[in-house]
Design a protein around this ligand. Structure first.
Ligand code: ATP
Length: 337
């Protein structure tokens, strides 16, 4: 299979079907995805979209029903069990519920995968200590998992996942059980590790915030398919699919509740975000406008924002406003109920 040298993980026409007593479920349909080495790649979707199944196919914890998965150009289906075990060491994983061994200390949890891979004792001890320093858990070597907070447990899980020097770290809702501050710290740690170790991150989440904070690229999943893919800032500023729009600005319920059909959503990029767009619009068009919801985020040091506004309920005001938005190159979309 031809692929760019930079591609580390690739799926080609990947499908996965589960059979159960109540019938079969198509968890993945025709997934074609290429992840480059060093990327921080987000996969976002609502519950049941197929994200976990997809990430589990990346290291063959789940075998595809059809299609291919390539890791560093190697077709995983063609590997022996032994080769697959070696590949799995290079594609490690962290989880929402941390999956630490409760009877082992922090240090022994990190040593565990090194024991399994047959590493020498002295090396394992030194490597585990070094990794626990890296995740700021060097002072908790002898603690047990149930003596730690969620954020600390995830730090230990990250250290453990790095033990065998993986090329890819798969993160399955790794921050979903954490509070917002701890989430931020863990995402910061993951980014730091990505830069320091040159590792590829694949982050599964249902939260757009996580993608914005930690990823450069994103694929949006819905009903077992990838419906949109691109750089995070492009998807954030101009989401194409309805599901991406919902995930970015979940105002569907709000729009339904508002007694007006004259709603406009503005999306603006870094250049415009600092400018008083609304004040300028009101001054230029001489119409009252109210903000119903506003949200902005900083990606790569540039602010991107969205705003849902209500405009007066008459055609003249509306056409004046739309003309002004066009003239000023501001992205907008009329929202319908
Ligand atoms: N082992 C299994 N047996 C049967 N059905 C399964 C199995 N694993 C997943 N599914 C089904 O496949 C679909 C996709 O599930 P998956 O867990 O991949 O979605 P998800 O996007 O990760 O959602 P969540 O965040 O809720 O886990 C769902 O309909 C789910 O019920």
């Amino acid at each position: 299979m031809e692929q760019s040298q930079n591609v580390i993980l690739q799926t080609v026409n990947l499908t996965k079907e589960f059979s159960s007593k109540s019938g079969s479920v198509q968890a993945l349909k025709d997934i074609n995805l290429s992840i480059n080495s060093g990327d921080s790649f987000g996969i976002i979707g609502l519950s049941g979209a197929g994200k976990s199944t997809l990430i589990r196919c990346f290291n063959f914890l789940e075998r595809p029903s059809s299609g291919k998965v390539f890791f560093q150009g190697r077709d995983l289906a063609a590997l022996s069990e032994k080769e697959l075990r070696q590949v799995r060491r290079k594609i490690s994983m962290i989880f929402q519920n941390f999956n630490l061994l409760a009877q082992r200390t922090v240090l022994d949890n990190v040593i565990f995968p090194l024991e399994i891979s047959g590493a020498e004792k002295d090396y394992s001890l030194a490597r585990a200590k070094e990794l626990l320093e890296l995740v700021s858990m060097g002072d908790k070597l002898n603690a047990y998992p149930d003596q730690l907070s969620g954020g600390q447990r995830q730090r230990v899980a990250i250290a453990r996942a790095l033990a065998n020097k993986p090329d890819v770290l798969l993160c399955d809702e790794a921050t979903s059980a954490l509070d917002p501050d701890t989430t931020e710290q863990i995402l910061h740690l993951l980014k730091e590790i990505q830069h320091k170790l040159g590792i590829t991150l694949v982050i599964i989440t249902h939260q757009m915030d996580v993608v914005i904070k930690a990823c450069d690229k994103v694929a949006v999943m819905e009903n077992s398919r990838i419906v949109e893919e691109g750089k995070v800032k492009d998807v954030f500023v101009k989401p194409q699919s309805d599901i991406a729009k919902r995930l970015i600005m979940p105002h569907g319920e709000l729009v339904k509740k508002i007694d007006s059909n004259r709603l406009i959503r503005l999306t603006f990029d870094g250049l415009a975000a600092g400018e008083p767009i609304l004040a300028n619009l009101i001054l230029a068009c001489r119409v009252p406008v109210s903000i119903l919801q506003a949200d902005s985020n900083t990606i790569d040091g540039v602010t991107y924002g969205q705003m849902l506004i209500r405009i007066p309920d008459d055609n003249i005001s509306e056409s004046r406003i739309l003309a002004w938005l066009e003239e000023n190159n501001i992205n907008y979309k009329k929202e319908r109920k």
